[in-house]
Ligand binder design. Structure first.
Ligand code: PBG
Ligand code: ZN
Length: 362
């Protein structure tokens, strides 16, 4: 982009490799100002003068279509149970799930992510790939009733299914990466067979995206998408989820597989490896503490970026607003807007339904 009216020589001291006329005009740190860029001629408040002007120039607009609603479905219950640490969010009974999906779909939301809570756990989490398991049966019934109206995403992990609550399989006293890959890929395949559109491996085992891509392709599921939980951190913001999904590790923590929130270079490597292993969508989580990583992923890749605004992000806003310390609708809209502004193409949020209601009613 060239601005013909600008004397080229004024950029001589700048990096000659970039066609910098245009960049220079928009750079925050430019020391070259045109007179119309300065007060009193320049007045930023003009853009805020009336509600109509503000709305006309609003840069980020949320839509129900931006959101994915997480759904917990629990085997062996016959009523929906509210999650104590996430007021307003439920573990659904399998026979009540369709009613909830109908509500979500009517609001214009196009995606859900399913988490199963099985009756039986064991050392190797083998219920995770049971073709009659809680998630597999739920996928089948949603597919049968909603067809292609809604994308079904499934979380592929073992922590709800293992007796010890870790995301992989133990060998001795460590979580064995390669042994876990086998069960994770069988689990992903069983979800695809049941009708999942997108599988989302969240165990943070190295090579999980590749093993899943391989098993899907070998079994005629070449069109099933993979959303990598690419830069998933060991985060205290997952605590309410673990109450909800009964997936708290019995001992220890997840720091030998989930990454440290101190490291953004390492997050880039995680993202790069998911791309190379064949992920279709990259995910960053938690969202609000990682707006920098969302922004960097958007700038440096060509993949769609998902941000997962996790359970703790929901519970924080919920707790504060239940106390009337903030307005819930305003706080939710502001945080979800920030996540989209940082670069997320889709946002997984426990506030998806609430946000869609706000948008539909505004
Ligand atoms: C399963 C999984 C977790 C979350 C998504 N998938 C929990 C964890 O890793 O302990 C967290 C989601 C949330 O907090 O909302 N591994
Ligand atoms: Zn897990």
């Amino acid at each position: 982009m060239k601005n013909r009216n600008v004397d080229k020589s004024r950029n001589m001291d700048k990096n000659q490799n970039i066609d910098s006329d245009f960049k220079d005009n928009i750079s925050f740190i430019s020391d070259k100002h045109f007179s119309y860029d300065l007060f009193p001629k320049m007045r930023l408040r003009r853009l805020r003068k009336t509600a109509a002007i503000r709305e006309l120039f609003q840069e980020i607009r949320l839509s129900p279509k931006d959101f994915v609603m997480p759904i917990f479905v629990q085997e062996g219950i016959n009523k929906n149970l509210e999650i104590e640490s996430m007021p307003g969010i439920f573990r659904y009974s399998p026979d009540k799930i369709l009613e909830e999906i109908d509500h979500i779909s009517t609001l214009g939301i196009k995606g859900i992510i399913l988490f199963g809570i099985p009756l039986k756990k064991d050392l190797n989490g083998k219920n995770s790939f049971n073709d009659k398991g809680i998630v597999q049966e739920t996928i089948k019934s949603i597919k049968k009733n909603f067809g292609e109206k809604l994308a079904i995403i499934t979380d592929v992990c073992l922590c709800q299914y293992t007796s010890h609550g870790h995301c992989g399989i133990f060998q001795g006293n460590e979580i064995n990466n390669d042994k876990s890959l086998d069960i994770l890929s069988k689990t992903a395949l069983s979800h695809a067979v049941a009708g999942a559109d997108i599988v989302a491996p969240s165990a943070m085992m190295d090579g999980q995206v590749k093993s899943i891509r391989d098993i899907l392709d070998d079994n005629e599921f070449k069109d099933t998408l993979i959303m990598g939980y690419s830069a998933k951190q060991a985060s205290s913001f997952f605590s309410p989820f673990r109450d909800a999904a009964h997936s708290k590790p019995e001992s220890g923590n997840r720091r030998s597989y989930q990454m440290s929130y101190h490291n953004s270079r390492e997050a880039s490597r995680e993202i790069k490896s998911d791309i190379e292993e064949g992920a279709d969508v990259l995910m960053i989580k938690p969202a609000i503490p990682n707006l920098d990583l969302i922004y960097a992923a958007k700038q440096n890749t060509l993949h769609p970026i998902a941000a997962y605004s996790v359970s703790g992000e929901y519970s924080m806003i919920k707790a504060a607003t239940l106390n009337n310390w903030m307005d819930e609708n305003l706080a939710v809209t502001e945080s979800l807007t920030a996540i989209k502004r940082a670069g997320a193409n889709i946002i997984i949020s426990y506030y998806a339904k609430k946000m869609a209601e706000i948008l539909v009613n505004s």
